[in-house]
Design a protein around this ligand. Structure first.
Ligand code: F6R
Length: 637
């Protein structure tokens, strides 16, 4: 993952870099750093030779880096900055970016730095390159794969940083987005991307230029954005830039157009909430309402493409005869829920695959497949790679359900549905999940319509139920005090089991994921019928068992499964609904959702599970919005 931001300007760029890092912290927050070229003095001039590179790095958050930057009086017109999610080497200052190369030789560190570089991605042949560079006398200060690129660029440098990066690129295997500058060219920065996102921003009057992992990092600085494509190398200078593609062809502005992008700053106010996660849970009625706004009826046009090769949804929906959903994590669970809808309501055979597995297995492609990717960020490396893999197998009917309209996922899919969750800052996904479910339910209805399986009455009934959901969600949120009581008990536990059946099994999976990722309590989810095939052995009085138990066709079976747990002393925490008829008794805690919601009830039942995870984490004192080892956007494999 990691976030990159860089600039070449005539003004002091350090505040822009630090602010950009703050907005990129969602990509990783193990460490952060900034490097400047002191010769690129504010005002656009270049200082006399001898003034060199300087950096500040920290394993604390960007706010701490800001203090360091102020103390060290870092100010310059050229700089790069980075926020890290560790892949190679522990989160420590010596592994934090930017990395410097001082050139070869045992005494190199005593000489001024020559190259400063930041990187997002993974260099797969870093061992081989490290050995080669060590043989040339380069000494390594870190365990990172990134330092290899810094030294490689240094070794290839012959007075032109653009040429050095171009040549270095041909030696790198893996995924990368980089930004780099050299001590001998103070007002120049070069960026390159292959498998990791990188954009260029054009500042006021075209004088200053920026590089960043996404447009959000530059919100308020510039909305003039160029999306770099795979293999592009960009040369960024004061007042000019040019881009070469992977074949070394210089690109025209028409080939890489400057787009006006309204990026949200992401620096949303917390308002009365303690954490973004809590705020985002409570935003769900609004987010769900926004996602449905303007929808008068079900029509394939809702899914028309917005990307590079857009298609008309009605034509695609007529042609396809099955659905393949590709996603990761929480987005994968929304796909698992949608499978039940797509098969039951639209009658379309549906497969759901974890993107990181699909891309590497031999599968049987069918050109009549609608490939659906689901992603909050639209930048998840595994999901993008799975999409490209499906396309390479000849499956061209692609659709994404995505929360970021400007993302690679939307650009690369022929069809799209943009959820309107708004910026999601908490690492644990909440409102993105429920709005994905909204998009997937609309997709189900649109496909059912295309296949002649949606009567006007059914359409009206489903839409009415969806439109009432914001009110129903509000009523579920009002259950928070009861969930706080449950959370106090969960905070004392080491393990938890989550059970669901049918449509609600993916909701149990999502509940377990939420609990483990933010409270660090080990949690597993099972379809309740599977209990007796193994996991029942875990059940003792120390094991809380959460049961998602709306009144559906499997409720009676689920009640038998609950008896199996009680008979072994397990303590049940049941999320029932208005019609479930389950009462609290010894060892059985019940929270009753006010309404019974049938097909759409997963959208309601996930909310108490989000609140349970949130309040358990709060009771345990973990970092709710930035749980350890995780990042919001997973742009590495
Ligand atoms: C968990 C969570 C992750 C993401 C996953 C996919 O709370 O947020 O599991 O769902 O990393 O991310 P997107 O949806 O951005 O592709």
């Amino acid at each position: 993952m990691c976030g990159i931001v860089g600039a070449v300007s005539s003004r002091n760029i350090v505040p822009v870099l630090v602010q950009g890092l703050q907005r990129l912290e969602y990509r990783g927050y193990d460490s952060c750093g900034v490097a400047i070229h002191r010769a690129a003095v504010v005002g656009g001039a270049v200082a006399p030779a001898g003034v060199g590179l300087q950096r500040a790095r920290s394993t604390a958050r960007v706010a701490e880096l800001q203090t360091q930057v102020t103390q060290d009086q870092l100010a310059a017109g050229t700089g790069i900055a980075h926020t890290r999610w560790a892949t190679h080497g522990a989160p420590a200052v010596h592994n934090a970016h930017p990395h410097f190369s001082h050139g070869p030789g045992a005494d190199a560190a005593s000489r001024p730095a020559r190259v400063a570089l930041v990187h997002n991605g993974i260099i797969e042949n870093h061992d081989e390159l490290r050995a080669e560079l060590q043989a040339k006398g380069y000494v390594f200060d870190s365990q990172t794969d990134t330092e290899v690129i810094a030294h490689l660029v240094d070794a290839l440098y012959d007075g032109d940083i653009f040429q050095a990066v171009r040549t270095a690129r041909s030696r790198l295997h893996g995924a990368y987005a980089i930004a780099v500058f050299h001590k001998d060219e103070p007002q120049r920065m070069v960026g390159a991307r292959q498998g990791s996102p990188l954009i260029m921003g054009v500042g006021e009057g075209g004088g200053e230029h920026f590089l960043a992992s996404d447009a959000m990092a530059l919100a308020g600085v510039t909305d003039q954005i160029v999306y770099l494509a795979e293999g592009d190398v960009v040369d960024v200078q004061l007042g000019r830039y040019w881009i070469e593609d992977t074949n070394g062809q210089t690109l025209t502005p028409a080939q890489r157009p400057v787009k006006t992008v309204q990026a949200h700053s992401g620096a949303a106010e917390l308002g009365p909430y303690r954490h973004y996660m809590q705020k985002e849970i409570f935003e769900q009625p609004r987010a769900f309402g926004d996602t449905l706004e303007g929808i008068e009826g079900i029509a394939p046009e809702l899914f028309d493409g917005q990307g590079e090769q857009p298609a008309a949804a009605w034509r695609v929906f007529k042609e396809i005869d099955n659905v393949l959903i590709l996603a990761c994590g929480t987005s994968y669970y929304s796909g698992c829920t949608a499978k039940y809808w797509l098969e039951e309501i639209a009658g379309i055979p549906t497969q759901v695959e974890v993107a990181s597995e699909y891309r590497y297995r031999t599968s049987v492609p069918n050109p009549k497949t609608l490939v659906v990717t689901i992603s909050q960020s639209g930048e998840t490396a595994d999901t993008l790679a799975a999409l490209r893999h499906a396309q390479s197998l000849g499956m061209q009917h692609t659709l994404t359900i995505c929360n970021v309209a400007t993302s690679a996922m939307v650009r690369e899919c022929a069809l799209a549905y943009i959820t309107r969750a708004g910026v999601e800052i908490g690492v644990a996904s909440t409102k993105a999940f429920t709005t994905q479910l909204a998009g997937l339910f609309l997709l189900t209805l649109a496909l059912a319509q295309a296949k002649g399986r949606l009567s006007a009455d059914d359409e009206a009934r489903h839409l009415k139920a969806m439109r009432h959901l914001p009110v129903a969600l509000q009523a579920v949120l009002a259950l928070e005090p009861q969930l706080i009581q449950w959370a106090e008990q969960f905070a004392q536990k080491d393990n938890a089991l989550f059970l669901g059946r049918g449509l609600h099994y993916p909701i149990a999976l999502e509940g377990a994921l939420k609990l483990k990722e933010i409270s660090y309590i080990h949690a597993e989810a099972y379809p309740a019928g599977e209990l007796k095939h193994g996991p029942l052995a875990l059940v003792t009085s120390a094991m809380p068992v959460v049961v998602v138990a709306p009144n559906d066709a499997l409720l009676e079976k689920l009640k038998s499964n609950m008896q199996e747990v009680r008979a072994r002393g397990g303590v049940l925490y049941v999320l029932a609904d208005a019609d479930s008829h389950i009462s609290a008794s010894e060892g059985i805690h019940v929270i009753r959702l006010p309404e019974h919601y049938g097909t759409l009830s997963p959208i309601l039942h996930v909310v108490p599970l989000q609140l349970l995870a949130y309040h358990t984490a709060l009771a345990k004192g973990t970092d709710v919005d930035k749980p350890r080892n995780l990042a919001k956007s997973v742009t590495v494999e």
